[in-house]
Design a protein around this ligand. Sequence first.
Ligand SMILES: NC(=O)c1ccc[n+]([C@@H]2O[C@H](COP(=O)([O-])OP(=O)(O)OC[C@H]3O[C@@H](n4cnc5c(N)ncnc54)[C@H](OP(=O)(O)O)[C@@H]3O)[C@@H](O)[C@H]2O)c1
Length: 340
Amino acid sequence: MVTTSPISFASSLFNAIGLYTTISILTRLFLLFKPYISSSKLSRYAHLSLSGEPPWAMVTGASDGIGYALVEELASQGFNVVLHGRNLEKHSKKVVELQFSFPERSFKVIVADANNVACANCLKTDRNKGLSEEAPLDFEEIKKALDGLHLTVLINSVGGNIVAPIFVSLKDKTEAKLTENVSLNALFPLHLTRTLLPALVRNGSSLLINVSTMADQGLPLIASYSASKQFLLILTSSLRLEMMLEGRADDVEILGIRTGRVTGVAGYKEPPSFFEPDTKTFAKATLAHAGHGRGVVIGYWTHMLQYLVGSLMPPWVADRVMISIMRQNEEWELKTRKEA
Ligand SMILES: NC(=O)c1ccc[n+]([C@@H]2O[C@H](COP(=O)([O-])OP(=O)(O)OC[C@H]3O[C@@H](n4cnc5c(N)ncnc54)[C@H](OP(=O)(O)O)[C@@H]3O)[C@@H](O)[C@H]2O)c1
């Protein structure tokens, strides 16, 4: 009769637990990073209309940074593109460049200041000097400008922080600037989506992408930016479920992209690095998530790595790390402003 000593039984048990733990960690890691190795299914949205009209995409905040890189990527993947922004001259130059690179595509520009959603404007009082003097935005006008286009993709990329100084505590920011920032990051994409969703549904299969940030977890010194991007993220999740509730999940895919630092944008032009991809790399990675029904996802794989490291820290360590990073940002901005 073969007998097992208690010591060798315990050691087999520990080995089995170790093996199980290793396999489950590896499986989790594989599932976490799988979205970054699967290929793009964007082409499912590049279809002709029933009457043979070519597909159009619209990108907001399209004259620079990530927005412009998305426009180029969409054009290279078969879409005509509507570029949204606030500066007609800058966009007109970009369209000339685009037309040269993609002669077979069409481009159109829509000018609308995203800081200027009606709610921000209605706060215009003496104490709010500094708010835009323009009339509030009319989303019906934007809709009319798109009439007749077979819109199958909308990307809400416009967004960002308040104009410099960026890293300032909430109590030191003006009501006007805070309100404009929430208009830019939250209200503009909210109302644009409300206005254009019927066209996306009608033209399905369609795609809506909202570009958010990993700062949506809530960071000091950029509170209104963090909070309004979290709004965008929850809007994304709510809409996704709304599409499912209405039986339209196959007609319109709703995708939220959380973003770490990307270089080559208007306010940041460092060379790309492991954790800071350039806009072209990031735009490709963003569009590669299309067609997989992922809901909300971190757009780029090294940003996911950063997130993973952060989530392994005890909360009190993570808080201190974030505070220290934001303090450094504040000091860097002060120094840069003094030098300028
Ligand atoms: N870059 C990053 O590291 C990073 C990180 C996390 C999240 N994101 C998110 O990614 C998105 C794109 O950011 P980005 O860094 O590429 O920005 P960017 O380089 O500053 O470009 C922003 C674009 O939006 C336009 N824009 C700004 N304010 C506008 C307004 N009020 N009305 C209409 N258009 C306006 C700009 O036009 P003008 O030329 O007229 O200013 C520009 O075309 C944003 O939603 C941002 O929050 C970026």
